[in-house]
Write a protein that binds this ligand. Structure first.
Ligand code: FAD
Length: 489
């Protein structure tokens, strides 16, 4: 064979065997972010035979999984994905006692169940029920919670803030304060929230009795599930903060300090404010970049106050107890080392305004108020733990909470892959954002998308992304001054 032909044959054979090799090569993925979403994606991909590297910026895994040593969770009907993973990893939830299954209220320091309100403050209870009924009416007008922008009426709800709508309801003052506290604890300040988002979320949970919202406790908190997942993963790098992602036609390179990790695909499972700090080549789309600047995150800080004994006497501060006086939402936590622990969730603009304070000053602000309600509290106080998600550069807030106009612009935006990069995280779930359920679901969805991309299937666009429609003009966020004085003084 002449030399030129021999060379050609070599190239063809070599080319064929390279293709065969590429076919046999174990597919690989890098998962960025070791919260519940990233852990789920990594676990699912590894189960399907992928070689997975999980990169987490912090020294430990679990991300925003709450500070609680024992979280209240909903029922299996409410959080089916969570329960499926709890079963799979043999993590047991314990049924909640009856008294935490319905919310409690702390009015001027006194604990009220709904039954107490009926006897002693019927107008407050009437206000709470009227709010529930009005919200349920709005929810009922949404046929499919995956399509909240289905008609013009719904689209116009996106331009209205929850605060404006509450004004119109004209609730008695105590009922209004308690409703506002419920909304800011679950989402964000009513003045920063889209009414369509509140209605869509109510639609997701519509028809499920309220008692199912807090029907079980998870001893050890969701951290236990995070640890169980992490144990199954082969390659985890902690203290690995990703600064850049570069894609080319063959794969993706992810930079951590001076080290580059390469793989076929990336799952990017970090909250949006943290995502904005990672440089990407090619760049995010113009809409994604705008979303990074705009999309509202709720603000919720958690403070675990440790007392020598339960200073709240006979008040049952457990389950979800909403204060009318700026103390946020409270619940009793098991005190593992003796004493009595109270978890205080400060949220919305109360929490934002507290950012001017240092940790200890912030705790003192709450203790001063608590001591007024339960004299002697400061003497019995023995320590605290604090998580300030808004100040944390790796979180940048508590969780996604669409502001006015934002559903119209950004609905299901983050379910679109960007080339070889697929997005996960609670903020990417259309039905259960801001929850463990949403984070787990998004991790599963991202893993499935990566597998589809590898198989050459097209992924998206998701039909309900509202690209073509002009967004209703967002109503300016309401004046913020005065929250501190209104709620704390
Ligand atoms: C105060 C509070 C209370 C909550 N209570 C409940 C509740 O009762 N019930 C419920 O269902 N849900 C609750 N949630 C919501 C739930 O905790 C979250 O939805 C869920 O933990 C989010 O998981 P995630 O994986 O999407 O994000 P995260 O947990 O934030 O995970 C993202 C990870 O990415 C890492 N990261 C960020 N940037 C980088 C980078 N550049 N490189 C590498 N890693 C990076 C972060 O360190 C983090 O570990 C609560 C949340 C908060 C804040």
């Amino acid at each position: 064979m002449p030399a030129a032909w021999r060379a050609l044959a070599f190239i063809i054979v070599g080319g064929l065997s390279a293709t065969a090799l590429a076919k046999d090569k174990q597919p690989s993925a890098i998962v960025i972010g070791g919260g519940m979403a990233g852990l789920t994606s990594a676990y699912e991909l590894q189960q399907k035979g992928w070689q997975v590297t999980l990169l987490e910026a912090r020294p430990s895994l679990g991300g925003r999984s709450a500070l609680a040593t024992s979280e209240w969770i909903g029922s299996a009907r409410l959080q089916p994905t969570l329960y499926r993973y709890l079963d799979q990893f043999k993590v047991k939830a314990v049924p909640a006692p009856d008294y935490v299954r319905t919310p409690g209220y702390l009015v001027a320091g006194r604990y009220f169940s709904e039954a107490d309100l009926l006897k002693e403050a019927p107008s407050t209870l009437e206000g709470l029920k009227r709010f529930d009924k009005s919200l349920d009416d709005l929810a009922a007008s949404i046929e499919d919670p995956l399509k909240p922008l289905a008609n013009h009426t719904l689209q116009s709800l996106d331009a209205i803030t929850v605060a404006r709508w509450l004004e119109k309801l004209n609730l008695p003052p105590t009922a209004k304060a308690l409703v506002e506290q419920r909304i800011r604890s679950r989402y964000d300040e009513p003045s920063r929230l889209s009414l369509l988002y509140l209605a869509q979320q109510a639609r997701v949970y519509r028809g499920l009795p309220d008692t199912e919202m807090r029907s079980a406790r998870l001893p050890g908190g969701s951290q236990v599930l995070a640890q169980a997942m992490a144990k199954r993963l082969k390659t985890i790098k902690t203290n690995a903060r990703v600064s850049a992602i570069v894609q080319d036609k063959d794969g993706v390179t992810v930079k951590v300090g001076g080290t580059g990790y390469t793989a076929d695909y990336v799952v990017l499972a970090v909250p949006l404010p943290a995502l904005g700090r990672i440089s990407q080549t090619p760049s995010l789309s113009a809409l994604q970049l705008k979303a990074l600047k705009d999309i509202n995150y709720g603000w919720r800080d958690q403070m675990l106050l440790k007392f020598r004994k339960p200073v709240w006497g006979k008040s049952r501060l457990s389950g979800e107890v909403y204060s009318d006086q700026g103390l946020g939402m409270l619940w009793v936590e098991p005190a593992l080392k003796g004493g009595a622990n109270l978890l205080v969730n400060l949220s919305g603009d109360n929490a934002r305004l507290m950012q001017a304070f240092g940790d200890r000053q912030m705790v003192d602000q709450v203790l001063i108020r608590f001591d007024k309600l339960y004299p002697g509290a400061r003497e019995q106080f023995k320590g605290y733990e604090l998580r300030r998600y808004g100040k944390d550069a790796l979180a940048g807030g508590a969780y996604l909470a669409y502001g006015p106009g934002e559903i119209s612009l950004y609905w299901r935006l983050w379910e679109q892959p960007l080339g070889r990069v697929v997005f996960a995280g609670e903020h990417t779930d259309a039905l259960y954002p801001g929850t463990l359920e949403g984070a787990l679901r998004s991790g599963e969805r991202a893993a499935a998308q990566v597998i589809d991309l590898k198989a050459g299937k097209s992924v998206g666009p998701v039909e309900t992304v509202a690209e073509a429609r002009p967004a209703p003009r967002p109503v300016a966020r309401e004046e913020k001054k005065g929250f501190f004085s209104r709620l704390f003084d």
